[in-house]
Ligand binder design. Structure first.
Ligand SMILES: Cc1cc2nc3c(=O)[nH]c(=O)nc-3n(C[C@H](O)[C@H](O)[C@H](O)COP(=O)(O)OP(=O)(O)OC[C@H]3O[C@@H](n4cnc5c(N)ncnc54)[C@H](O)[C@@H]3O)c2cc1C
Length: 273
């Protein structure tokens, strides 16, 4: 069986510190969180890596709590935990909404927010939420911690600025003022990868983020600026069409995605008025 892990190496750290030392001294290692993305690649036989680092038992990385005024979400928090968290529901309800629409119960119990972010798919459903929330990603190595603004994390399609000796340990969400809005459009209501996903905040300076319409998650900054300065929604829609770069792929067409993006923008504006 192609997925037999016995022919592979799996390191089992007992603490974050041990995990970071293993990454430094015994790398390169591929971190495993819930394995819901990694296992798909095992199955397809498209995973070249042979040496893995199991993060799943590292309980402290699942913590969701407040640090000063900032909501801190451990990278290993599963969708089930995010949905159940009163802090998340109160401070960032669009993250709970996105989590509810990811996979089914099995994926929600295993899939982690850190895995969604580190996997760097432009279709990851939590990514537009984190972009609209102006999240900060906390990356740790054995010797240092650095905080990377979410907008600087993805330099190109399916790549991140994370180094091989670093782990994503938590995600910080500063207070978000304004009404939050989230919508995922897929082939069906559950177990579907997004054709288009949008998260937005209605504030004097609105924030609009989209997934599956560009090589990386997109903040529609020109559209945001137009709306902030009083442009009509029709004008904002026209600008949004210039900002997005959707493609035809097996899930949808560029033309359909364009139409849906424009419709979602209008719905966001109307429903949060
Ligand atoms: C049936 C099915 C349905 C799905 N539905 C959806 C959906 O609706 N929406 C959606 O967005 N996704 C969906 N997914 C994809 C997947 O479940 C999510 O992306 C999930 O959040 C991945 O998390 P994980 O913990 O399983 O990551 P893993 O598979 O363990 O890891 C994914 C990648 O991230 C890296 N990584 C993980 N954690 C860390 C860390 N802390 N630090 C550094 N690197 C790390 C790994 O090395 C790997 O490269 C689906 C997958 C399946 C199989």
């Amino acid at each position: 069986m192609r997925t037999a892990i016995s022919s592979l190496t799996l390191l089992e750290p007992r603490s974050l510190r041990e995990a970071l030392v293993m990454l430094r001294d015994e790398g390169p290692l591929t971190p495993l969180a819930g394995c819901t993305d990694v296992y798909v690649n095992f199955n397809f036989g498209t995973l070249p890596q042979k040496r893995f680092l199991n993060l799943w038992p590292l309980e402290p990385l699942r913590k969701i709590g407040m640090r000063g005024g900032v909501l801190s979400i451990g990278a290993l928090a599963t969708y089930a935990l995010l949905i159940a968290s009163t802090l998340v529901r109160r401070r960032l309800p669009i993250l709970a909404a996105a989590s509810r629409e990811i996979g089914g119960a099995q994926i929600q119990n295993r899939g982690t927010i850190g895995g969604n972010v580190a996997n760097a798919s432009p279709a990851g459903d939590t990514l537009p939420v984190l972009a609209a929330a102006e999240a900060v990603l906390v990356l740790r190595s054995a010797s240092a911690v650095r905080r990377v603004p979410f907008r600087s994390f993805y330099p190109a399609y399916r790549s991140t600025v994370m180094r091989p000796d670093e782990l994503l340990v938590s995600i910080e969400i500063p207070p978000v003022a304004g009404r939050q809005w989230f919508r995922k459009v897929g082939t069906r209501a559950a177990q579907a990868i997004s054709k288009v996903v949008m998260a937005a905040v209605r504030a004097p300076e609105p924030r609009i983020a989209l997934g599956s319409v560009a090589p990386t998650v997109l903040r529609a900054v020109r559209t945001e600026r137009a709306l902030a300065s009083g442009a009509s929604i029709e004008e904002a829609r026209r600008i949004l069409m210039e900002e997005i770069q959707p493609i035809d792929d097996l899930r949808s067409t560029a033309a359909y995605r364009r139409q849906v993006c424009g419709n979602l923008l209008e719905r966001f504006w109307k429903e949060t008025a």
